[in-house]
Design a binder for this molecule. Structure first.
Ligand SMILES: C[S@@+](CC[C@H](N)C(=O)[O-])C[C@H]1O[C@@H](n2cnc3c(N)ncnc32)[C@H](O)[C@@H]1O
Length: 283
C-alpha cells in the first residue's frame, strides 16, 4: 500500500476521534517517525509503497491512537521550543503554555544580564531547565522532581541536547532544605484538583502521570504555598518566583501570595487566559 493510501485509510479510521487539523498534524508526526521523511518528503514520496516492518509499526500505532494513547508517547518524543525531547508515561508531555512561561523567564533574565541561579521544581521531562540553560548559558540551572523515573528522562534529554543542568530528587512538600540561594525559582506544579478528572480527555487522565497532574481537592494550591514558604528562605535579594497555573486560580493565587508577603502579577497565554504568575517578596 502506498504512503498516501495508508494515510487516507488512517484518517478515515480516526476521523471521529480528532479534529481535522490535529489529525493531519499527528499523522504527519507518525509517518515522519516511521519513514524518516518530513512532511515535504512525504508529499514527494506519496506513491511509494511502505515495507512490511513500516506497515506493522503503523498498524500498531493506529491501534494505540484508537485507545487514546497520545502520539508523543507512541513515538517517544515531543517538541518544546524547537527542540526534540524524549518522553514516556513517567513525564508530562510538554505544553505550549509552558513554552510561554519559559519565554517570560528568558525575557526577565536577559534584562538582568548577570549570571543567575535558577531552580525548576517539578522538572518532569526537564523541558524548563534545559530550555533555560540553552537560552541562558551564563546561568546555573537545577531541576528537581520527586520522581526517579522522570529524572532518568530529564537527564537523558539534557545529555542529548548538551545542556548542563544539575538534578535533585526531592519531595518538595516534605523538604525544608534547598542546596542554594536562587535568583529564580520556577515551577509548573501539579494543579488540577482530582475532582476535575471526570471532565478531562482520556488521553490526558489515562495516559499522563497522575503525579504530574493532580492535587488533593482539599488543598489545590499546596505547591504554590509550599514554594512561597521556601522562597522566603531560599530566594536571593530581588529573587523571583515564576509559576504556571490553572486558568481559574488567578484570584486565589494573588490573595495567597499577598498574604504570604509577596507582590504577584498574572500573565495571560496566547488565548488570553491567566496561565502564569510571577511573585517577588515585598520590601
Ligand atoms: C505538571 S508536571 C510539570 C513537568 C514539566 N516541568 C513540564 O512543565 O512539562 C509536575 C511535575 O511535578 C512533579 N512532582 C509531583 N509532586 C511532587 C513533589 N511532591 N515534589 C517534587 N516534584 C513533584 C511530577 O513528578 C511532575 O514531573
Amino acid at each position: 500500500m502506498s504512503l498516501q493510501a495508508l494515510k487516507l485509510a488512517f484518517k478515515k479510521e480516526l476521523a471521529s476521534q480528532f479534529e481535522n487539523v490535529e489529525l493531519n498534524s499527528l499523522l504527519a508526526m507518525l509517518f515522519e517517525h516511521v519513514t524518516g521523511w518530513n512532511q515535504l518528503n512525504q508529499m514527494l514520496h506519496k506513491e511509494e509503497p511502505l515495507d512490511k516492518a513500516q506497515m506493522d509499526t503503523l498498524q500498531n500505532a493506529l491501534k494505540q491512537l484508537k485507545e487514546g494513547r497520545p502520539i508523543q508517547y507512541i513515538i517517544g518524543k515531543a517538541w518544546f521550543l524547537s527542540n526534540e525531547y524524549t518522553v514516556n508515561e513517567h513525564v508530562l508531555i510538554p505544553r505550549p503554555e509552558t513554552e510561554e512561561l519559559v519565554d517570560w523567564i528568558i525575557e526577565y533574565a536577559q534584562i538582568i544580564e548577570k549570571p543567575l541561579q535558577i531552580l525548576d521544581i517539578g522538572a518532569g521531562s526537564g523541558c524548563i531547565p534545559i530550555a533555560l540553560q540553552l537560552a541562558l548559558p551564563h546561568c546555573t540551572i537545577a531541576g528537581l522532581d520527586i520522581s526517579e523515573e522522570a529524572l532518568v528522562i530529564a537527564k537523558q534529554n539534557a545529555t542529548h541536547l548538551n545542556a548542563t543542568v544539575s538534578w535533585l530528587q526531592e519531595d518538595i512538600l516534605n523538604t525544608t532544605y534547598l542546596p542554594n540561594q536562587y535568583d529564580i525559582i520556577v515551577s509548573n506544579p501539579p494543579y488540577i484538583p482530582y475532582k476535575e478528572n471526570i471532565n478531562m480527555q482520556v488521553q490526558v487522565k489515562q495516559f499522563e502521570p497522575n503525579l504530574a497532574l493532580f492535587v488533593a481537592n482539599e488543598d489545590p494550591l499546596i505547591f504554590y504555598r509550599t514554594i512561597a514558604r521556601l522562597g522566603k528562605q531560599y530566594l536571593s535579594q530581588n529573587g523571583q518566583l515564576f509559576f504556571e497555573m490553572h486558568y481559574d486560580q488567578g484570584k486565589a493565587l494573588l490573595a495567597l501570595f499577598d498574604e504570604m508577603g509577596y507582590h504577584a502579577e498574572l500573565r495571560q497565554d496566547l488565548f488570553g487566559k491567566d496561565r502564569m504568575l510571577r511573585a517577588s517578596l515585598k520590601k
